[in-house]
Design a protein around this ligand. Structure first.
Ligand SMILES: [Zn+2]
Length: 380
């Protein structure tokens, strides 16, 4: 075996890993740097291979850095598709010759997403249903009932839609027509033994690379995409009226730290915390009483609190809710006041079309309980 360029043959300790195997099969390795055949038993040659391996490794790291920088620029400036499967609802189509003449010469072409006639309407329908307040589980049930083929249907799996699949689709920002890259990272140090794929981690939204231009036809408007992210709960009450709880998932009890439940308070939408007690019978006499907050009173308190934190926001309910959700806010509710922890200023998120500013500076005093949770901060 003759190695012309060692950087392309092995890196780090890879030569060591195969040297004995090759020797056992009588395969010699020739290398210009060794002046001929590498002698596996020679201390000098072993040292040389270690050195070349280290040099090669450094080149790998540098090349990866260069590639990442270039890919980032291609996504942001040109919205270019950088590989991977087309999301459900799209198919890959030809987008002309490759702009790089070297690549174009050997016939490489650009590709982009185009709506898939059969599945794109399912995606549009799913967003519309979600925006109308329907739960992901209910959407999944109807798709299964209508015998719509699942995204993994072609792999022979049963045609059953899971809530998870629907949520994944509703959370994918590529449906807004923008190209998004780096939503996951592959950790090469964590490769599981025997696994043929690297473990993938979800990156926080702050690490996403979002194209500044629209790269392919949108299946959902940016407004509807943001609305679909609001996990607002719509319930039909015993009186047959539809009740909407705007702040579900955003409120935390200031007394015990639990998430507050949607609950009618004097016939109006509101929230309560029972501090973990299921009924009044099991509760010790000295336990604190339930915390109840009416939604309309909460709205006033939230707007007031935000303005004192330097966030300009009007009294429009949709705007307030979208503002809080876009910033993954936690509203800590006490009996007579609220504290709000904003975990992200959504400037860099493509699908955020909010104009309201956020004046929170890093380092300002805020609720320590909320801040102890991991959060994705947008690098400034
Ligand atoms: Zn509580």
């Amino acid at each position: 075996m003759v190695v012309g360029e060692f950087e392309r043959a092995f890196a780090a300790g890879q030569f060591d890993d195969v040297a004995n195997l090759l020797a056992a099969h009588g395969v010699g390795v020739w290398l210009p740097e060794a002046g001929g055949p590498v002698e596996v038993g020679s201390v000098m040659h072993r040292a040389l291979m270690t050195l070349l391996g280290a040099q090669s490794q450094r080149e790998v790291v540098r090349a990866r850095q260069r590639t990442m920088t270039a890919m980032r620029r291609q996504v942001v400036e040109q919205g270019r598709y950088l590989g991977g499967r087309a999301p459900y609802g799209y198919k890959l189509v030809d987008a002309g010759p490759h702009p790089n003449r070297v690549h174009a010469r050997w016939g490489r072409r650009l590709r982009k997403f185009a709506p898939d006639p059969t599945t794109a309407r399912n995606v549009r329908w799913m967003f519309a249903q979600r925006v109308a307040g329907r739960s992901a589980a209910s959407i999944a049930r109807e798709l299964t009932g209508r015998r719509v083929q699942t995204p993994s249907g072609r792999h022979g799996a049963a045609g059953e839609w899971s809530e998870r699949t629907v949520i994944e689709i509703l959370r994918n920002p590529r449906y807004t027509g923008r190209q998004v890259w780096n939503r996951t990272s592959t950790d090469r140090s964590q490769r599981a033994a025997g696994a043929d794929r690297f473990a993938q981690d979800r990156n926080g939204m702050g690490k996403w690379v979002v194209s500044a231009v629209v790269a392919h036809p949108a299946l959902v408007s940016e407004e509807d995409f943001v609305a679909a992210q609001s996990a607002r709960v719509v319930r039909t009450g015993v009186d047959g009226n539809v009740h909407i709880y705007r702040y579900v998932g955003l409120l935390q009890c200031g007394e015990c730290g639990r998430r507050m439940d949607a609950h009618r308070v004097h016939g109006r939408p509101g929230y309560r915390c029972r501090h973990g007690h299921r009924s009044s019978r099991t509760r010790p006499a000295d336990a604190p009483s339930n915390l109840y907050r009416r939604e309309d009173q909460l709205t006033v308190a939230i707007v007031d609190r935000l303005s004192r934190q330097g966030c300009r926001i009007g009294g429009d309910l949709d705007e307030i809710e979208a503002f809080l959700r876009a910033r993954r806010a936690i509203v800590i509710c006490h009996r007579d006041e609220v504290n709000i922890s904003l975990r992200r200023c959504g400037r860099r998120v493509a699908a955020t079309n909010l104009t309201a500013g956020c004046g929170r500076r890093r380092g300002r005093r805020h609720n320590p309980r909320a801040e102890s949770k991991p959060h994705g901060q947008v690098p400034s």
